[in-house]
Design a protein around this ligand. Structure first.
Ligand SMILES: [Zn+2]
Ligand SMILES: [Zn+2]
Length: 141
């Protein structure tokens, strides 16, 4: 895989990713359910240094994760598309929403996290690791 690109629905914010994701996570935390508008967030875990905004500027809503660290949620201030998250300094990756990628059909989820707050109406993949809260780092590739 070479470079991946993505952006919001209206095109005001664009980004590129210079390395393959370290994995794909499905996060069922309540903040993600709010952020996605319903189901869990499907996120590609991108090495921090390989993520670059190429157009516009996302708005960031910051809240506190259960680790106590601030978590930023980047979205387009014009069209409202959820784009990526900005985890605490300790985290080696940026979680980028699969829906923000221009091409995500080749992505395969590796794990489910925060399943303690998963909704019964969302089906989970059979056979994938599930973590009630945050999984240990680094996530399985
Ligand atoms: Zn937009
Ligand atoms: Zn979450």
């Amino acid at each position: 895989m070479t470079e991946m690109t993505g952006g919001c629905a209206c095109g005001a914010v664009r980004f590129k990713i210079a390395a393959p994701p370290m994995g794909v996570g499905v996060c069922h935390c309540l903040d993600c359910q709010k952020g996605s508008g319903g189901g869990p967030n499907y996120v590609a875990l991108i090495p921090r240094a390989c993520f670059e905004v190429t157009k516009g500027e996302a708005k960031v809503y910051t809240c506190q994760g259960d680790s106590g660290a601030d978590i930023g949620r980047a979205f387009c201030g014009n069209c409202g598309s959820p784009l990526w998250s900005i985890p605490g300094e300790m985290s080696p990756f940026f979680p980028v929403k699969l829906g923000a990628l221009d091409e995500s059909s080749g992505m395969e989820p590796n794990l489910h996290l925060y399943t303690d707050s998963a909704q019964p109406w969302h089906l989970m993949h059979e056979g994938l690791p599930r973590f009630g809260k945050m999984p240990p780092f680094p996530p399985p590739a």
